[in-house]
Design a protein around this ligand. Structure first.
Ligand code: FRU
Length: 505
C-alpha cells in the first residue's frame, strides 16, 4: 500500500500531461484485441457479471492519471466479451474511502430488498479503503460495502448503511467475491484476509457472519493474498468439485504478481483443498487479479489484468496504462488422476478472424522462416499448431532492429518459456528483461499450442491450456518477422495462422 501512495504522488504530477492527449486507439503499444481503458490508469477487473445479454466489466480506475490513485470503478459493456463499449464511471470514492476491488451479482430473489418494481437489482460488493485511517497508521482501513443498480448497470447507488462488513483489525481485508450458494439458500463471500481466505455468509447481502478460514498453511505465501474467486465445476470426467482462485502479490512463479488456484470441496461453510502443491492459472509475469464472470451458468470465463505490480506504473505507454488478457474459458481436467484447471481463449475470439493461412504439416529441422510462408504483416494474430511428439523448439518474433521475443519448449528442463530479455524497451524496471519458465503439466508425448499475439503482449496456451503464460513487451518497432527453430526436428501439424481484426472502430 505504501507503494501505491507513492504512485499517487507521481500521478498527481503527471495527470495534466496525460489529460492533454486524446485516445485514438492507434497509439504505440495500444492493444488491438484486448480491452484497455480509453485513457488513464487501470488495474484489476471488477464486478464481472453477465445480465440480459450484456457482459459487464468494471475495473480499478484512476481517471486523472496514468498511474494508480484514488480508486474508482470504471465500466465497459459487451455482448461478446470481445468488443467493448466504454461507459461512465460507475463508482466514485466517497467519505468511506476509495473503491477497491470486488464483485457484482444479480440478486434474482431480491434478498437484499434493493430491487425495484419487481425487477432484481444488480448488487456490487466492494472494498472501501480509507486513506485517512491509512495515513494515521491504523490497521482497520478496509471494510466491505454495497452499491446497487435498478437499471441493469447504467446507474449505481451506494447502499445507505455502508459498510456491511466492518474490519476486525486486519490490515489486508479486501476484494469480496460473492456468489449464491443454492443448497444453503445464502450468499457466500470469499474475502482475501492477508495470508488466507475468510468465508462469510449472508441471507441478504447486508448482514454477514464468519464461516471459516482457509489457506494459512496452503499454497504460495510469498506475498499478500488478494482478489479471490470460488465456484463449483464439473470436471472432464464428471466429478463435481470446487475451484478457489487466489491472487498473490508478490510471490508469483516468475516474480511479482500472479494467480494461484486450489481444487477442492466446499460445503457451504468450509473449503478443503485436494491438491497439496502450488498451482498457477497463468505462470507468466503478466496476468494478475484474474477472476471469473458471474451468472454465466456452467461456463467459467476468466479475465485478468495484463500487468504486474513490479512495473505496472512505469511501463512505457502514454495516454492509458494497462490492458486485460483475452477472456479465457476455464475447465477442470483430469490429467494423470489429478485435477487441473486449464484455460483457453473463448470461442468468441474467432469472430475476429478473416482469412486464415493453413499450412497443414511442417517439419522443423533447423530454422523455418514463417514470415514468408504466412505472408504476414499483421500486428495481432493467433497461431495454432499441434504435434504428436513435443520436442525442443523456439518461435521467434522479431523486427529489423534486432529486437526479439522468443517462445518455446525446453525438453531437457521440461519447461515452457518466454524469453523477453531482448524484446525491446526494458529500462523502466530492472526486473523486466527476463526469461520466464513454467513446468509442463501434461506427461503425454503430444502437444497443442495456441498463441495470441497483440501489439505489446503474447499469451501462450500450451498442452490445451494446461500451461498458460502471459508476457507483455515493448519493442521500439512492431515485430514483423516470425521464425520457428528446432534442432531436434519438431514436426507440427494443423499449423493455422489467423490475423485478427482490431476490436476498436
Ligand atoms: C490488486 C489490488 C487489490 C485492491 C486493488 C486496489 O491488484 O491490490 O487487492 O483491491 O488492487 O487498486
Amino acid at each position: 500500500m505504501i507503494n501505491k501512495i507513492k504512485y499517487l504522488m507521481i500521478g498527481l504530477l503527471t495527470s495534466t500531461a496525460a489529460m492533454a492527449q486524446k485516445p485514438t486507439y492507434k497509439e504505440q503499444y495500444r492493444p488491438q484485441i484486448h480491452f484497455s481503458p480509453p485513457a488513464h490508469w487501470m488495474n484489476d477487473p471488477n464486478g464481472m457479471v453477465f445480465y440480459k445479454g450484456t457482459y459487464h466489466l468494471f475495473y480499478q480506475y484512476y481517471p486523472k492519471a496514468t498511474v494508480w490513485g484514488p480508486m474508482h470503478w470504471g465500466h465497459a459493456t459487451s455482448v461478446d466479451m470481445i468488443h467493448w463499449k466504454n461507459k461512465p464511471v460507475a463508482l466514485y470514492p466517497d467519505s468511506l474511502g476509495y473503491i477497491f476491488s470486488g464483485s457484482a451479482v444479480v440478486d434474482f430473489n431480491n434478498t437484499s430488498g434493493l430491487g425495484k418494481n419487481g425487477r432484481p437489482p444488480l448488487v456490487a460488493i466492494f472494498t472501501h479503503h480509507d486513506p485517512v485511517k491509512e495515513k494515521a497508521g491504523r490497521k482497520d482501513t478496509q471494510t466491505e460495502s454495497l452499491a446497487y443498480s435498478n437499471d441493469e448497470g447504467k446507474t449505481w447507488h451506494k447502499y445507505e448503511h455502508n459498510p456491511v462488513l466492518k474490519n476486525p483489525g486486519i490490515t489486508d481485508f479486501r476484494d469480496p467475491n460473492v456468489s449464491w450458494y443454492a443448497p444453503g439458500k445464502k450468499w457466500i463471500m470469499t474475502l482475501a484476509t492477508k495470508d488466507r481466505i475468510t468465508f462469510y455468509s449472508s441471507p441478504n447481502l447486508k448482514v454477514w457472519k464468519k464461516e471459516s478460514e482457509f489457506g494459512e498453511h496452503e499454497g504460495a505465501h510469498g506475498g499478500v493474498w488478494e482478489c479471490p474467486d470460488l465456484f463449483p465445476v464439473t470436471a472432464s470426467d464428471g466429478k463435481k468439485l470446487w475451484v478457489l482462485i487466489v491472487n498473490i502479490n508478490p510471490g508469483g512463479p516468475n516474480s511479482g504478481s500472479a494467480t494461484q488456484y486450489f481444487v477442492g470441496n466446499f460445503d457451504g461453510s468450509t473449503f478443503k483443498a485436494i491438491n497439496t502443491d502450488t498451482r498457477w492459472i497463468d505462470s507468466g509475469t503478466d496476468e494478475y487479479a484474474g477472476v471469473t464472470w458471474h451468472n454465466t451458468g456452467n461456463r467459467h470465463v476468466f479475465l485478468g489484468w495484463m500487468s504486474n505490480w513490479e512495473y505496472a506504473t512505469t511501463v512505457p505507454t502514454q495516454v492509458w496504462r494497462s490492458a486485460n488478457t483475452v477472456p479465457r474459458e476455464l475447465k477442470l481436467v483430469n490429467i494423470d488422476h489429478d485435477y487441473y484447471v486449464t484455460a483457453e481463449p473463448v470461442k468468441e475470439l474467432n469472430s475476429l478472424k478473416t482469412t486464415s493461412v493453413d499450412l497443414k504439416t511442417l517439419n522443423v529441422k533447423g530454422g523455418k522462416d514463417l514470415t514468408k510462408l504466412l505472408k504476414r504483416s499483421d500486428n495481432q494474430y493467433e497461431l495454432k499448431f499441434s504435434s504428436k511428439q513435443l520436442k525442443n523448439f523456439s518461435l521467434t518474433l522479431s523486427n529489423k532492429s534486432g529486437e526479439q521475443l522468443v517462445i518455446g519448449f525446453d525438453a531437457a528442463e521440461n519447461n515452457w518459456y518466454i524469453d523477453r530479455t531482448r524484446a525491446g524497451v526494458s529500462d523502466f524496471n530492472k526486473n523486466f528483461a527476463k526469461r520466464m519458465t513454467a513446468k509442463r503439466i501434461t506427461a503425454g508425448p503430444g502437444t497443442d499450442v495456441t498463441l495470441i499475439v497483440d501489439a505489446a503482449s503474447v499469451e501462450l496456451f500450451a498442452d490445451k491450456g494446461a500451461t498458460v503464460m502471459t508476457a507483455i513487451f515493448f519493442p521500439k518497432k512492431p515485430y514483423t518477422d516470425l521464425a520457428i527453430n528446432s534442432k531436434d526436428g519438431f514436426e507440427i501439424s494443423g499449423v493455422t495462422y489467423s490475423p485478427l481484426k482490431s476490436i476498436w472502430p
